[in-house]
Design a protein around this ligand. Structure first.
Ligand code: HEC
Ligand code: HEC
Length: 247
């Protein structure tokens, strides 16, 4: 008999514990601002997680979006959702969801909120830094290769199409191909005469740091404005060195 009572007492405690946990859980969900909560519903309803991950959870077909709001900014994301097919040419396509402006803003609010949560600071996890073996032999070779002369331009070329810069999302290097921004083929030839008083190098640096200062005729001012904080000044110099080779 005693055994039974103890059993029921334990069950009762467990049930209470679950109730408290559920209440605590919903209190935490309520902390999600209403607009972000709408965005979260759209995120599930459109099955974004079938292709994308947040904190690494979801589908591996498309990139992790934990930090996308900080990386791209709201203006870029609005353009992107309106016409995803115009971005990432030649890569896996992202479907067009026909979202309204309100829905787009809600999704952006959700993605912004996601990137601001505590776990985001620890995402992505640190890569394993295995030393020894093959890499011990290769590392010094890579180090000496990258200190050799015109490697600022080579690093800039690599950065142009990789994270976090991904300039290639919007710029082609083939003449006359417009993605979102103008083709940057032979940009070095025109950079020096774009703005009076600015050398080619100064103009290119300023185009990355303050794209709104001079807007190329025929284009909209949608280039993201956060490269100054997203990239180090060395990375920006590398990009400029690369752009100066495009003659
Ligand atoms: C069928 C797969 C698929 C689904 C579903 C999907 N996406 Fe994507 N998404 C992609 C692909 C592919 C890319 C392009 C990235 C690449 O591979 O270069 C992308 C890119 C993005 C980007 C990054 C844009 C950039 O240029 O940096 C955002 C933001 C995004 N998707 C949001 C969403 C949201 C929000 C949803 C749900 C409404 C969604 N995606 C649903 C496949 C998908
Ligand atoms: C969201 C799309 C987008 C991204 C990403 C982007 N750009 Fe742009 N860029 C544009 C647009 C649109 C213009 C034309 C309007 C303007 O001048 O601001 C432009 C203009 C430029 C120009 C001026 C070209 C000229 O002929 O005068 C340069 C240089 C440039 N971008 C470099 C870069 C570099 C380097 C990166 C990566 C660090 C980059 N852009 C990323 C959209 C983008």
């Amino acid at each position: 008999m005693i055994g039974f009572r103890a059993f029921f007492a334990v069950c009762l405690l467990l049930a209470l514990g679950l109730l408290v946990a559920a209440a605590f859980g919903s209190a935490r969900a309520a902390a999600l601002p209403p607009k972000a909560a709408d965005g979260m519903r759209l995120w599930s309803a459109n099955r974004c997680a079938a292709c994308h991950t947040l904190y690494g959870q979801g589908g591996a077909y498309a990139p992790d979006l934990t930090h996308i709001a900080a990386q791209r900014g709201a203006d870029y994301l609005r353009e992107f959702f309106a016409n995803p097919g115009a971005f990432h040419p030649g890569q896996r396509p992202m479907p067009r969801f026909g979202l309204t402006r309100t829905e787009t803003d809600a999704l952006i609010a959700f993605l912004t909120w996601t990137g601001e949560q505590a776990p985001a600071a620890a995402w992505p996890p640190r890569p394993i830094l295995v030393s020894g073996g093959l890499s011990a032999g290769i590392a010094p070779m890579i180090a000496s290769a990258s200190t050799s002369a015109d490697d600022a331009a080579a690093r800039g070329r690599a950065l142009f199409s990789s994270s976090p810069a991904i300039c290639s999302t919007c710029h082609a290097l083939v003449p006359d191909v417009v993605v979102v921004g103008p083709s940057l083929a032979s940009v070095a030839n025109r950079a020096g005469s774009r703005v009076t008083g600015l050398s080619a190098e100064e103009y290119l640096r300023n185009s990355i740091l303050h794209p709104g200062d001079f807007v190329v005729p025929g284009f909209q001012d949608v280039m993201q404005k956060n490269f100054g904080s997203l990239l180090t000044s060395d990375q920006i110099s590398d990009l400029v060195a690369f752009l100066l080779t495009l003659r």
